[in-house]
Design a protein around this ligand. Sequence first.
Ligand code: BDR
Ligand code: CA
Length: 311
Amino acid sequence: ARKIIIDTDPGQDDAVAILLALASPEDLDVLGITAVAGNVPLALTSKNARIVCELAGKTDTKVFEGCDRPMGRELVTAEHVHGKTGLNGPVLPDPVMDVQAQHAVDYIIDTLRNHEAGTVTLCPLGPLTNIGTAFEKAPDIVEKVQEIVLMGGAYFEVGNITPAAEFNIYVDPQAADIVFKSGVPIVVMPLDVTHKALVTPSRNDAFRNIGTNVGTAVAEMTDFFERFDKEKYGSNGAPLHDPCVTAYLIQPELFSGRHINVEIETTSELTMGMTVADWWRVTDRKPNALFIGDVDSDGLFSLLTERLSRL
Ligand code: BDR
Ligand code: CA
């Protein structure tokens, strides 16, 4: 199984991404989950990460708390999408699991130093603050990362927090810039692909029909998430952003994209956090990411329903 660290700001869609990983031990070995401030403040993302591990019955999962604010800007949160707790929808018990004592950034650094180069993959599902900070603090770990598979950015689908930017990159453009310039192999799940991963009513029913606590909770989470997107975009179902990351690691053939150059806007307030993606290769800038553009969404939701039913 591939060794991963999930860096996350749960978030209903983060929760589903984590559940998919925890349900798939033959494919993914979740070394640790590192919480970061994003959708809601750090205290809540850390709590939500533990709520999700307990929901999955995986109470031995290690959860760490990382950075409580972006590297160079004030924190922007997204309660308007995820609700006050970040995990609105299902009623889930407060976690009994403790958070680990070590800071998430130091955990990321130590884990990479203690593993052979090319054996640990990072899976960021929120702002890139913990990863950017770790790379800045310990540049020696950069070359040890096997791959970074992240949710963030947009090209054709442009922005969901400003007209130009996707939320995760917008919240910490400085950290994103460090990551995209690092030279680590990167796979990006931008809005272009996640807006094709829609929880339609029948896909939501499939989660509910699993008939377990996990199935019901996931259906209630995506129901809540749905409200915002329906009002906003009138789409037939909410995009399930973050599970694209863990699904890619399990079944990469569901996705397709292009190796292109992606640069992050870090100075203009108007386009702050924009992922300037050279999709048509109009520059000679070196490709630094596999930018995913398409997904077999039926395949994605079958995988999700099948794996979640194991928990
Ligand atoms: C991203 O922002 C968050 O609200 C979601 O959890 C996802 O990671 C989508 O733009
Ligand atoms: Ca997220």
